[in-house]
Design a binder for this molecule. Sequence first.
Ligand code: IPE
Ligand code: IPE
Ligand code: MG
Length: 255
Amino acid sequence: MWFKIAEIIKNLQEKIDLERLPEHIAVIMDGNGRWAKHQNKPRVFGHRNGVKAVREVTEACAELGVKYLTLYAFSQENWNRPKLEVSALMGLLVDTLTKEMATLTKNDIKLEAIGNISQLPRSTYNALLKGIERTKSNSRMTLVLALNYSSRVEITRAAQAIAEDAKLGNVDISTLSEDTFSSYLETAAYPDPELLIRTSGEQRISNYLLWQIAYAELYFTQVFWPDFEREHLYEAIVDYQSRERRFGKTSEQLV
Ligand code: IPE
Ligand code: IPE
Ligand code: MG
């Protein structure tokens, strides 16, 4: 049985063209609650079991040579969930950030964050800053956690900052370029994701990286996040590589 699974994973991995890997993969980790509900367990049980998937996908991306992995861990809208679920999630983040330091160090992964992190509970914020500080010299891959993140807020803040800089004479609004606008986003240091994966069968963006995914390939899978394993990631990358990225051109222009 194990041998068979290992074989399937190996076959899929061999199908990946390492020369054409997405440099940046973004993931909407969805379906923890439904995964738990299917087993008559509380939603938090699903969140706890989602951690293994985070580890698997992070390690698999680093091993393949993906440079940036951005995971949607908590949206600004997620504050509207029941208080107990929110505090369990925040606690789980502290635990995970602490326990997974070894995984990040072993794999030479740098941790960063986007979103309004200063509004997180103190313990979560501190664990996050500690993780960021301790991994800042790592260079194989950057793992970006989107926490208390809202793409519209990010874009609005960028517009405000640009207006401020225009008032100071640092930006000329009449010649403002897309690149300059991008440089005001929290993702300024990262290339745009080429591949966006969402688990659990939902086909929506939920206020995630709206500007950055303008030309990303979207990959939706029915698999709930806690069940998402290495082979599912490989499947997504193989699917991505089978697509023709035209960027507005015709097929014929690409050859
Ligand atoms: C994703 O799973 C995790 C977070 C949003 C934190 P959900 O908790 O959204 O699971 P479903 O969508 O209710 O099944
Ligand atoms: C998006 O998932 C946010 C995260 C994965 C952290 P949700 O489950 O909160 O999204 P909606 O509300 O169903 O769109
Ligand atoms: Mg959900």
